[in-house]
Design a protein around this ligand. Structure first.
Ligand code: ATP
Length: 445
């Protein structure tokens, strides 16, 4: 019988430990993510103890001397990781400083975004106003993606242009297009497609960050008031959305050009940048950018963009399936380990238990004696010279066989070497179940 997650052609003693566990890269990534969720703020950081239903605030931005207005929002903005007191989960709080929301009705602008769940959009949870920062602040709450960096941090911090692999660009394009398609279908516009407002996690997974902020902020400004006001012409709002969607397509094109040329300055000399793209990339990529950068028109839409991406979406889908297979493989190894952990715990409950009821010999007698010898057989093996053998593969193989309760027999020897027992894993499994049942029956109600 093939044992779970053990290769059939390799001797158990020759298999590396990594066969039995989640891969080092994935483990390290997950550990870093967990650490990031619990990272403490640097000493002397002044943050409120709690804001609305969130506490444990930890700043995510670099410490700044002063809070200059953010270029995108027009107001200073700072980001925090914080823990929700409602569900204990970490969230990302974006505070817009010193922003007075004139009309609570403006909050309706975030409602439409709260319903959007998309793998390439950072989900918006809620927005609220607060005085807990000592001013009138507006706060947007998003999902927290530990260890995320922005596209700006990942691709534009160096002071020289670096060309990007085309496959990576198409992957970004497919993901951004998927996000925009959902946004536009929901009669909304992203409005912000800036490298500093796109998050990257893992290898190349990206998410649009900061959705809804401009919708809410401009709602309170005179420009939007008329279109959102009760009784306003519905077509006025639809027109405005259509215009903002066209701007999304332009910004999308600019983003690709700057990524392809490896510099934000490339947008200041567009013709030169497009010429560079002709030399370095496929005609399809340039064609895509030309379409996105073309003059807005009622017929220009995400549908056409999707058609232009065409077969490259299949590459993206295949890559995702492959990544999913790897994850599933890693997950199954960990599920096996969880199962074995339960068996080892059961042995721990029984072995060396000093007393059960009035019986001080319980763990040394009957079925339990076999379990004690089995424990020695699994964990306390020595070589000919009596030196300890720490063979993980042996432990896992034994525990897998015990779990399966197979008929294979093994020889168990007492510590003094005076007695030997030949028992099948099936019998050891029965002993374990019986001893555990006896322990369970003693648990007070
Ligand atoms: N939802 C999130 N989950 C995890 N980290 C986030 C999230 N949103 C932002 N961050 C991190 O917080 C930091 C600040 O984000 P922000 O959007 O302010 O970027 P920025 O580069 O400081 O841009 P700006 O100059 O516009 O303030 C970034 O390092 C970013 O990676």
């Amino acid at each position: 019988m093939p044992l779970p997650h053990l290769s059939r052609n390799v001797k158990s003693t020759h298999r590396g430990l990594q066969t039995f566990f989640v891969s080092d890269t994935i483990r390290e990534d997950l550990l870093n993510r967990t650490a990031e969720c619990y990272r403490l703020p640097p000493p002397e950081t002044h943050v409120p103890l709690e804001v609305h239903v969130y506490d444990n605030l930890c700043p995510l931005d670099e410490p700044a001397e002063s809070h200059a207005p953010n270029k995108i929002f027009g107001y200073p903005s700072t980001c925090f990781r914080a823990t929700s007191k409602k569900d204990g989960q970490p969230y990302m709080l974006r505070r817009i400083h010193d922003f007075r929301l004139e009309d609570e009705q403006a909050m309706s602008a975030v409602k439409a975004w709260q319903h959007i769940t998309h793998p390439n959009i950072v989900s918006l949870r809620e927005a609220f106003t607060t005085k807990q920062f000592g001013d009138n602040s507006l706060v947007f709450v998003y999902d927290f993606h530990p260890t995320a960096v922005t596209l700006l941090q990942k691709h534009f911090v160096q002071d020289h242009s670096v060309l990007r692999p085309e496959s990576m660009l198409w992957s970004y394009i497919a993901q951004i297009a998927a996000a925009l398609d959902t946004i536009h279908t929901n009669k909304l516009a992203a409005r912000i497609l800036e490298p500093s407002k796109i998050l990257v996690t893992g290898t190349n997974r990206i998410r649009l960050n900061g959705v809804s902020i401009l919708d809410l902020m401009t709602w309170t400004h005179e420009t939007d008031r008329a279109t959102h006001a009760p009784g306003a012409e519905p077509s006025a709002n639809a027109q405005m959305i259509a215009q903002l969607q066209q701007e999304d397509l332009l910004h999308f094109g600019q983003l690709i050009v700057s990524l392809a040329c490896g510099s934000l300055a490339s947008l200041h000399h567009m013709q030169e940048s497009l010429d560079l793209m002709v030399r370095q990339y496929s005609p399809a990529l340039r064609h895509m950018c030309m379409y996105l950068l073309s003059r807005p028109s009622p017929t220009k839409s995400m549908d056409d963009v999707m058609a232009l991406i065409g077969p490259r979406i299949l590459t993206e889908v295949s890559e995702l399936h492959l990544a999913n297979d790897v994850m599933l493989q890693n997950l199954s190894a960990e599920v096996e380990n969880g199962r074995l952990m339960r068996l080892i715990t059961a042995l721990g409950f029984i072995n060396e238990r000093p007393v059960l009821g009035m019986d001080s010999q319980w763990s040394e007698t009957g079925d339990r004696y076999i379990l004690k010898l089995f424990r020695d057989y699994v964990f306390h093996q020595c070589d000919d010279q009596g030196r300890p053998l720490l063979n993980f593969a042996h432990v896992l193989t034994c525990m897998n066989k015990l779990d399966a309760g197979i008929d294979e027999k093994i020889m168990l020897t007492s510590r003094d070497g005076q007695s030997c027992l030949v028992v099948a894993y099936r019998e050891i499994k029965l002993c374990l179940e019986a001893a555990l049942a006896e322990l369970t029956s003693r648990i007070p109600n």
